[in-house]
Every structure is written in structure tokens, then in C-alpha cells.
Write a protein that binds this ligand. Structure first.
Ligand SMILES: Cc1cc2nc3c(=O)[nH]c(=O)nc-3n(C[C@H](O)[C@H](O)[C@H](O)COP(=O)(O)OP(=O)(O)OC[C@H]3O[C@@H](n4cnc5c(N)ncnc54)[C@H](O)[C@@H]3O)c2cc1C
Length: 448
């Protein structure tokens, strides 16, 4: 099936060589490939947070016969290889612009749902006994220039007064005392709720909870064809078998096989994000940059970096990936990330990089998530477009879709996330205009 990026990005048979894969062994997920013609009430395409949360809630809260079809192993996609930030976000539109574009009430509802999403992750982990290695208890947004700090001060007003969120503004001096220092640290915004977790442990924990509650998971079962039977049921064909289902949940986000169903073609732009992880830092190395926080952090650049100390003192540093997905381009981006890390924290220049990997983040045309069912076929539900914030938003979306299917009633979704969104014009040119957008953002960052 033709996809947007190099085939290298869609090797479902190979796990990404991530730190998470190396440290989540011992948590097995009971999943097997689909190998016969079978049927169920609800079939879910995609075994990440969205699909697994939907499966868990459908099986647990509505006793519905649900199957998950995943092309790779469970958590193969972004859910098994992200930065582990469980925070408020989910939109590519700046807070101020979201209010301007969509109205204050709608923006407030959207942010409220994002806070609920973070709380849902905590609650699920608690209720289902998921050990996800929580680390930190806020998210830091670090100003990379004095001008960016002024903008964060305005954002603090918007967050706390207009959107009703918990935030705090911290000057550069106080920030160094409480959190860390870097060559690009000019003060910060501290936002709650937010914390770091082990994304693959969380994902496998969700999968195990779903199977305990009665869901059936099929891994190594890429859906290759999607058709309707004469009786109006869906028929999903994999290389080993087929699944006939009354309803389908499409939960493939940035790895969306958009040609499976023409309704989804051209609705998203997947963007490559890359991560490197160092060897464990020594106490002296941490002290050299006053590092004393467990909170995950981002900076205020247009093409932002995200970073966090991990529980074993390794340092995770993420940013944009290559714009083609070619293996050589990704090696080059990993080297650029390492150079940026060393520029921000020069005392770590000699610290070796032990892991590097990448994956796809999902953008939509409105730069906000899309949740709903198809107008022409209400038995097809979908949830995607979390803009790099799907740990919480994907989990929450899965629950909304399960409640919708299970109760037959649409949940009270924020207006901003409702519906399929718009198609990108000239969809076959998406990578071209993404490359232009990245070049422009990079130029703006260099000028700042
Ligand atoms: C490098 C990186 C860093 C990130 N960092 C963060 C972060 O720190 N915090 C945060 O909140 N978010 C982060 N994100 C985003 C977050 O990981 C995603 O939004 C989230 O995992 C989406 O979950 P999902 O279940 O919707 O999709 P995915 O986890 O991507 O799952 C979709 C699944 O669909 C499967 N699939 C595709 N085609 C088929 C087919 N034909 N048949 C069957 N299965 C198919 C894929 O194999 C895949 O496993 C990051 C993403 C990346 C790539």
C-alpha cells in the first residue's frame, strides 16, 4: 500500500530500537495474528493508546465483543516510542490564536478536556494496576530568548485567567535555582497537570487491562483491504485471515493507511519526530547545569525540542526528524539533535548517545484533533490528530469513542474536536508544503 513517506517508516515487522523497547521487557501482551475468517461486534484498526483505550472501555464498561487489529506488535506505532510526556496540549495552534479563531468558550472546553485526559491516564493506571513509572509533576515550557519569555508571560495570563488552567511564571534566576540552567534558558512557564511516564509500559499495561476485561488483540495483522458485505457489515482482510464486524474504529493516527478508505485520504500530515537518549548522567554532570528536576520540559522554539531526565539518570532529547524518512536522513537528524543538546548543555559534550529512533506525529488541517463517525457511514468511528500530545489525548479519545459506541449516544465532545475536519488541498503535495513550512519555521528560529 502506497504511503506518504519512505517504506522504511512502515516496517511493521521491526520494532524501533528505542530505550523504551530495551526497558519494557518482561511485560508480555497476550496477542496473536488473525489466522481465520472471524467476526465480532466492534473491530478496531490500530493497537496504540486510542485503539487500546477504546478496547478496554468497550469490553470493561459495555461488555462488547471487541477485537483489535494491529499491523506490528502492540504499541509498534507512536504509542510505543514517544517522549512519555503526559501533559496538556493536543493542538498545533497557539493558545491565543485558538481563542481568536474558535472563541473563548470553545477554547476553554478544549483545554478542560485536555486536563481531563491527563487525569484519565492517572485514574486508569490506578484502577487497572498499570506500572508506568511516573516521573515529575508539571510541564516546563522554557523561554529560548528574552522575547519568548515576554510571550510566556502573556500566555500565563491567558492560561490562568481565560482558560482556567494552573500555571506559574518563573524568572530565569528562580528557574536555575529550582529546575536547571542551559545556554537557552530565559525563564519559563510551569504548567499543571503534567508528568512523564514510560510510554511502552503504559501501552502494554493498557493492552493487558483490555485483554483481562475480555478484548481480543491480534498483532502482526495489517488490514490490507476494507470492504462492505451485502448485509452491510465491514470486512477487514489481513494476510492471515479476515474480520467481519458491525462497527469499525479507525485508530491509526500518524501511521494512517489512508488509502484503505477514501474518506480518510488527505485528512492528515504525519510529521517525523526524532529522539535520542544518553547514557546515565553522573551527579557531577547534572550539577554542572544545576539539574534538579524530574519534570518533563519543552522549549519555546517554533520547531521545538522536548526533553526530560529519566528515572535512571539518562537524558531524553527530542525534536524534528527528517522530512523524507530515509534511513540516512534520520541518522543525520540524530546527529543534529546531539549537536543541539551539546549546545544547550556544553558540560555534557562528552556524554555518549546510547539510543536514537523516530516516529510519526499526526497533524490535521485545522491543527486540532478530529473525533467522530463518518456522515455517510455512521458505523465507522475515528479519532486522530493529537499534534504530539496523544499519550493523554489518545487515551481520552479512545474512551469517548467507546462511550459513543457502547451507549449509542454521542459524548459531550468539545466543538473544536468534532468531526472529520477538512482535506488538505492538493493532498499529493503534502510533503512539499510541509518541507516549506519547516524551512520557514527554522529560519524564524534562527532569526530570534
Ligand atoms: C517521536 C515521538 C515523540 C512523541 N512524544 C510525545 C509525548 O511526549 N507526549 C505525547 O503525548 N505524545 C507524544 N507523541 C505523540 C503520541 O505518541 C501519539 O499521539 C499517540 O501515540 C497516538 O496514539 P494512537 O493510538 O492514536 O496511534 P499509534 O500509537 O501511532 O497507533 C496506530 C497504530 O496503527 C497501526 N496501523 C497502521 N496501519 C494499520 C493497518 N493497515 N492495519 C492495522 N494496524 C495499522 C500502526 O502499526 C500503529 O501501531 C510523540 C510521537 C512521536 C512519534
Amino acid at each position: 500500500m502506497k504511503r506518504l513517506y519512505d517504506d522504511n517508516l512502515y516496517r511493521f515487522d521491526i520494532p524501533q530500537p528505542s530505550y523504551w523497547e530495551a526497558t519494557a521487557s518482561g511485560i508480555d501482551v497476550p496477542a496473536t495474528p488473525l489466522q481465520a475468517a472471524e467476526s465480532c461486534d466492534v473491530a478496531i484498526i490500530g493497537g496504540g493508546y486510542t485503539g487500546l483505550s477504546a478496547a478496554l472501555h468497550l469490553a470493561r464498561d459495555y461488555s462488547i465483543d471487541v477485537r483489535v487489529l494491529e499491523a506490528g506488535h502492540i504499541g509498534w506505532g507512536a504509542s510505543g516510542r514517544n517522549g512519555g510526556f503526559c501533559c496538556v496540549g493536543g493542538s498545533g495552534v497557539h493558545r491565543k490564536d485558538l481563542i481568536k479563531l474558535r472563541g473563548e468558550g470553545n477554547a476553554r472546553d478544549f483545554y478542560r478536556s485536555q486536563v481531563d485526559a491527563v487525569e484519565l491516564v492517572r485514574q486508569l493506571a490506578n484502577d487497572e494496576g498499570i506500572e508506568y513509572q511516573a516521573f515529575g509533576e508539571a510541564e516546563l515550557e522554557v523561554a529560548h530568548t528574552p522575547r519568548a519569555f515576554e510571550r510566556l508571560q502573556e500566555d500565563h495570563e491567558i492560561l490562568s485567567k481565560t482558560l482556567g488552567l494552573q500555571s506559574e511564571i518563573v524568572s530565569a534566576g528562580e528557574f536555575r535555582e529550582r529546575f536547571f540552567d542551559s545556554t537557552e534558558q530565559f525563564g519559563a512557564l510551569v504548567q499543571r497537570p503534567g508528568f512523564g511516564l514510560h510510554p511502552l509500559r503504559y501501552c502494554r499495561g493498557l493492552a493487558n487491562a483490555a485483554t483481562r476485561r475480555g478484548a481480543v488483540l491480534h498483532d502482526r495483522s495489517e488490514v490490507l483491504e476494507w470492504s462492505k458485505t451485502d448485509a452491510g457489515a465491514h470486512r477487514l482482510l489481513t494476510s492471515g485471515g479476515s474480520m467481519t464486524a458491525r462497527r469499525v474504529l479507525f485508530a491509526t493516527n500518524g501511521f494512517m493507511p489512508e488509502r484503505l478508505n477514501p474518506e480518510f485520504y488527505g485528512r492528515t500530515i504525519p510529521v517525523i519526530s526524532a529522539i535520542i537518549v544518553t547514557r546515565p548522567l553522573t551527579d557531577d554532570e547534572k550539577n554542572a547545569h544545576y539539574w534538579r528536576t524530574e519534570h518533563p520540559a519543552i522549549n519555546s522554539r517554533n520547531i521545538l525540542n522536548y526533553f526530560r531526565l529519566l528515572p535512571d539518570n539518562r537524558f531524553l532529547f527530542g525534536g524534528r526528524g527528517h522530512s523524507t524518512g530515509h534511513a540516512s536522513g534520520e541518522r543525520q537528524m540524530a546527529a543534529e539533535l546531539a549537536a543541539t543538546l551539546r549546545r544547550f548543555w556544553p558540560a555534557w559534550s562528552g556524554v555518549e548517545i546510547d539510543f536514537s529512533w523516530h516516529g510519526l506525529i499526526c497533524y490535521t488541517r485545522t491543527l486540532t484533533p478530529c473525533i467522530g463517525h463518518l456522515d455517510d457511514d455512521p458505523s465507522v468511528y475515528f479519532g486522530f490528530g493529537y499534534h504530539g500530545n496523544g499519550v493523554s489525548a489518545g487515551t481520552w479519545t479512545g474512551k469517548q469513542l467507546a462511550d459513543w459506541v457502547g451507549s449509542g449516544q454521542p459524548p459531550a465532545l468539545p466543538e473544536i474536536v468534532k468531526g472529520l475536519g477538512q482535506k488538505f488541498p492538493l493532498a499529493s503535495m503534502r510533503l512539499r508544503y510541509l518541507q516549506l513550512g519547516l524551512a520557514l519555521s527554522g529560519w524564524l528560529d534562527r532569526r530570534a
